[in-house]
Design a protein around this ligand. Structure first.
Ligand SMILES: [Zn+2]
Length: 622
């Protein structure tokens, strides 16, 4: 096949969308939507926009790329397990980074050579190097002339001919072998927040190349063992750049930070929109405390569970919030009964719930909805995953909605100033039909805080805004003592969305799996470490509705950027009032900014706050 139909078609589409962008006049309403709920100490800095406010400012062309967008050719192999998944993940990240992508499967690889000249980047999501052997000279010539080449997965040793070594930065002095790995360590600051952390086989395993690299390579990630096997390296090849991920470092949602960091490291400077929000969620709060004693709690503190909550847990959480200037988002449960028939009128916990709701609000926090009870909204016959079994199905959508309306009015009556607009589903579980009905029948709920990565019965989400301005704002990590895989997720999201949203429960100590031995002081120390890590990396503390506002500002942006000499010229559409962006540099330092302000995160990462549609960053060579 000689003609490349998909490419031609894409060029046409690009032309049309560029025209569209030109026509969209920048007549956006620039106003600050502050809202001051009575009884809440703090101003909501990043206000959640109502449906009307959202309609006034919504950018229908959000994420449409501008005239200077990079073009990436993404290669994948339908015969290789996981290749298409990595491609999807890469394309997702590229969309946020305002990079245009064209994907080609292995059946169209014969078109690569002729079309390389139309692209800035070549992203290879396949490990069978034989499939590209014939066009190696074309790829080499293209990189030498300034192309950017990224491998997302370890090149398969059996298919890797020595003729690739110069391009990949591998020394030609030895037999190249492969090795089983089970750890990783970040060696440079292109991935913020991971310094000093080792990750084990819980996060990374696989059989990878075991190369000696040439001196001009920079190793960003290596194994954490003595071998220091390079897992992610960068190689300058004349005017071009090569990035090799020598492991499955770009697979799945939890790896998006590595993809964004790696991509940007191929350019002197690059910027992309971020959410910039740290949310500290406490599920099942306020909720009725279990009655009586827990042996572990009694032994450690001599208290009943309720007295432990009041005298130990809550004061500890208050101190932590004060120490780090953070605010909690909590979610009410009215009763733990399993009544799905109605009437929904449990009132016995009101006094205690009011007491806790007042404390949360006075700390600048926010109270949302978890449920009238803890029975997820699922119909008869709904298949729960193993970890979520045991819940009772609801007889009708009508009953679900009635219980929801009840818990909203109950929550808002607990104390003055509660505007319960956010929702966390019990165990994050909900049926698709129930979610659809909630969206239609309960317009009061404006932020759905599901989960970023979870089981098929859960509310698994991306950060996104629906047509009516309702926000999906998933939680990323769980528990006071985060597992290694949760930390890897946190590191990746710090580097991609500049976001963390963790959830805990007052009763974590009663749960063996969540308390790891049940020493509350240890749990608290781990939680403190996580909070400190986020605060140290400058992520803005938000309640859940503020985070919803931050997602609205993030999702509404289209970004175009051009490096002209030592100036990065940025144009955005869809700026609501302020928005955050991450700027990554490679051998350059920002010295002056107009249209915004900039803060250093690492030697190569900066956080840019923009308040204008035109932003200029003056740079100096390092
Ligand atoms: Zn819960």
């Amino acid at each position: 096949m000689k003609l490349n139909y998909p490419l031609k078609k894409l060029l046409k589409i690009l032309m049309i969308s560029m025209l569209g962008l030109g026509v969209v006049a920048a007549t956006l309403l620039l106003q600050r939507h502050g809202y001051h709920a009575p009884g809440i100490k703090t101003d909501r800095e990043v206000a959640l926009l109502s449906e009307d406010e959202w309609q006034d400012v919504v950018n229908k062309n959000a994420r449409v790329t501008g005239p200077h967008a990079h073009k990436a050719l993404v290669l994948y192999d339908t015969t290789e397990e996981g290749s298409a998944d990595v491609r999807d993940n890469v394309e997702f990240v590229m969309k946020t980074l305002s990079v245009r992508t064209v994907s080609l499967p292995e059946t169209a690889f014969d078109q690569i050579a002729a079309n390389l000249k139309n692209f800035d980047d070549l992203i290879v999501c396949s490990s069978n190097m034989q499939k590209f052997q014939a066009i190696l000279p074309d790829i080499e010539a293209w990189v030498k002339a300034g192309g950017h080449l990224m491998f997302t997965s370890s090149p398969n040793n059996d298919t890797l001919d020595r003729s690739w070594f110069p391009l990949l930065g591998i020394q030609d002095t030895m037999e190249l072998g492969s090795i089983d790995i089970g750890s990783l360590q970040v060696q440079t600051d292109i991935i913020a927040g991971a310094q000093g952390m080792d990750f084990s086989s819980d996060v990374i395993t696989g059989n990878v190349l075991n190369p000696d690299l040439t001196k001009d390579c920079t190793v960003h990630i290596a194994t954490a063992d003595e071998d220091k096997t390079p897992l992610l390296w960068e190689h300058d090849f004349e005017k071009g750049k090569v990035i090799v991920s020598n492991a499955d470092l770009m697979e799945g949602k939890i790896s998006r930070g590595v993809i964004a960091s790696s991509y940007c490291s191929m350019y002197p400077v690059y910027t992309y929109p971020i959410i910039n929000a740290a949310v500290y969620n406490i599920d099942d709060m306020p909720s009725p405390a279990p009655v009586g004693y827990d042996e572990n709690v009694l032994e450690q503190y001599g208290y009943t569970i309720y007295d432990f909550y009041t005298n130990v847990w809550m004061p500890a959480m208050q101190k932590l919030a004060k120490d780090y200037d953070i605010r909690y988002s909590t979610y009410t449960i009215e009763t733990y009964d399993d009544n799905v028939e109605g009437p929904f009128d449990y009132e016995e916990n009101r006094k205690s719930a009011s007491y806790y709701a007042n404390i949360i609000l006075n700390m600048g926090g926010e109270v949302g909805i978890h449920g009238y009870n803890h029975q997820p909204f699922i119909p008869e016959g709904f298949r729960l995953s193993r970890e979520n079994r045991g819940y009772k199905p609801w007889p009708s959508i009508k009953n679900m909605i009635a219980s929801m309306n009840q818990v909203i009015s109950y929550t808002e009556s607990l104390c003055k100033g509660i505007n319960a607009v956010s929702y966390v589903a019990p165990s994050n579980v909900i049926s698709k039909e129930a979610l659809q009905e909630l969206l239609i029948q309960v317009p009061h709920l404006r932020v759905y805080a599901g989960i970023y990565s979870g089981t098929r019965d859960q509310m698994v989400q991306e950060f996104e805004v629906l047509n009516n301005g309702v926000v999906f704002c998933p939680r990323l990590t769980a528990d006071m003592q985060m597992a290694e895989s949760e930390w890897w997720m946190a590191v990746n999201e710090l580097n991609f969305h500049y976001m963390e949203s963790n959830f805990i429960h007052p009763d974590d100590i009663l749960d063996e799996a969540r308390s790891h031995g049940g020493d509350f002081q240890e749990m608290l120390n781990s939680y403190r470490k996580m909070v400190e890590w986020i605060v140290d990396h400058g992520v803005r503390t938000c309640t859940i509705s503020e985070a919803g506002g931050a997602v609205q500002r993030f999702a509404n942006l289209s970004v175009d950027q051009e490096l002209k000499g030592n100036q990065l010229l940025i144009h955005v559409d869809g700026l609501i009032d302020e928005a955050s962006m991450m700027v990554r540099t490679n051998g350059k330092v920002p010295v002056n900014v107009t249209g915004g302000t900039i803060k250093k995160l690492t030697d190569s990462i900066y956080i840019l706050t923009i308040n204008s549609e035109e932003i200029t960053i003056d740079l100096e060579d390092e």
